[in-house]
Design a protein around this ligand. Structure first.
Ligand code: SF4
Length: 441
């Protein structure tokens, strides 16, 4: 099989990993034009400094001895198999890099033989890239659950970021759908990577030129919607992972049914994209806004609200705290106001030292007044045209694009728009979902 045929199979098999943020575009330069994007396996990710970089996202091999029910590469699937030799893949990466197709590599692998054997092959690919081809670009490598600690450590010294996919949100689901994997085999490498990161940080203080271990940290991915765990369970697991293993990111991947199995949603079921979207919003609140996972839910609730983002939903359930006087509210509470982000909360606390802030100043600072006007007062004054009627308030807090995303999964397809469209009135279903929430503040 030639290299391009292998690339087609192995980049296609890698596309279900959500750790990169988008799939590649298929386009080639027109005659006489310049610039092209290779169809196979080019995706994008964000570097630590916020730059969007293109990565070759590919598997070393899709041969796998495991049989995870949700995976297209499982051993019982009748899929075309392929494998890159380390040199073949290293040469391909360098050729793509020289042609300016990519800036880095995202490398994962099926478990060919054993976790150790698969990891050794990945290590050899990265060694060739780093040591023979002197490639210093970004490399994200997957650590395979069950691999030997020394191999994971070696992988971390060659890659910029490591990730171990936790895949399913509970031990019970893991036993049911991925019987070859155990919780201990997944958490073991995570804890090892955390130990390696801590040790490396100490070494770098003493020895400036010590080799760097996974300088971009570690991340993981969780599949959402393949099993019955609630959003509450998923977020409390994420929160524990951030705390214990100091992950940079948890990626949530809406389950795409690719296999027929009685234990899984049937093929053809749309992936729960609105749920994935809400989980990312909630995850953001855990990492940057000081929320705990429990605060995001009522005592009886297990899911995030379909129509309101988690911060608005929280604010409407805590009417007693609002409206806040923007010139006196502590930073921690400002962070909890819908329409106020981390940057604008910080700017408010700086600016109000010099002068008291009006609504005009808040808009200039970057506060989204359409949302914040329901929860803030400035110098004792409410925003001049804040609606007082409940429907108008709720519509102000709901994003038309998010409503469209939710309805696309529950009703016939509707095109999403880049621009906010005219807000349609509340539908009966939305009215039912929102009826228990606050009257105007
Ligand atoms: S180990 Fe990875 S590649 Fe193999 S079946 Fe499970 S998820 Fe798929």
């Amino acid at each position: 099989m030639d290299t391009m045929a292998k690339l087609r199979i192995l980049s296609d098999a890698a596309k279900y990993d959500a750790a990169c943020t988008s799939s590649g575009a298929q386009k080639t330069a027109k005659r006489g034009g310049i610039g092209s994007a290779e169809a196979c396996g080019i995706c994008h990710s964000f570097a630590g400094d916020g730059r969007c970089i293109s990565l070759l996202k590919v598997l070393q091999t899709n041969v796998c001895v495991y049989d995870c029910a949700y995976c297209v590469n499982r051993r019982s699937n009748d899929a075309r198999r392929a494998a890159f030799s380390p040199r073949e893949l290293a040469e391909l990466v360098i050729a793509f890099y020289r042609r300016n197709y990519i800036e880095g590599l995202f490398l994962s692998s099926g478990v060919a033989g054993s976790p150790d054997a698969a990891t050794e092959t990945m290590i050899e690919t990265l060694r060739l890239l780093r040591e023979e081809y002197r490639f210093s670009g970004y490399i994200h490598a997957k650590a395979i659950p069950g691999a030997d600690a020394a191999l994971v450590r070696r992988l971390g010294l060659l890659a910029d970021r490591l990730s171990v996919n936790i895949e399913l949100p509970s031990g019970q689901s893991l036993r049911r759908l991925a019987p070859d994997k155990t919780k201990a085999a997944i958490l073991g490498p995570m804890s090892l990577i955390r130990g390696g990161l801590d040790e490396n940080r100490r070494d770098l203080v003493r020895f400036r030129h010590a080799p760097r271990f996974a300088p971009a940290g570690q991340s993981t991915q969780m599949i959402v919607g393949a099993t019955e765990e609630s959003d509450r369970q998923i977020l409390s697991l994420s929160s524990a992972l951030y705390e214990r293993y100091r992950l940079k990111r948890v990626f949530y991947s809406a389950y795409i049914p690719v296999n027929d199995a009685a234990t899984l949603p049937p093929v053809g079921t749309p992936p729960p994209l609105w749920r994935e979207h809400r989980l990312y919003q909630a995850d953001w609140l855990l990492r940057f806004y000081g929320f705990s996972s429990e605060e995001l839910f009522d005592k009886t609730e297990g899911r995030l609200h379909p129509y309101l983002d988690p911060k608005c939903h929280w604010a409407l359930r805590h009417k007693e705290l609002f409206p806040l006087e923007v010139n006196r509210a502590p930073y921690e509470l400002l962070l909890r106001v819908p329409g106020v982000g981390v940057k604008s909360a910080w700017r408010i606390t700086r600016a109000r030292r010099a002068a008291s802030l009006s609504w005009d100043a808040l808009a200039k600072i970057g506060v989204v007044t359409k949302r914040a006007r329901h929860f803030l007062i400035a110098n004792g004054k409410r925003y001049f045209d804040a609606p007082v009627e409940k429907d108008a308030l709720l519509l102000d807090l709901m994003s038309p694009r998010e409503r469209a995303l939710f309805h696309r999964e529950t009703a016939p397809f509707r095109q999403l728009s880049l621009f906010d469209e005219e807000t349609p009135a509340l539908s009966p279903a939305e009215r039912r979902e929102l009826s228990c929430l606050a009257a105007p503040l």
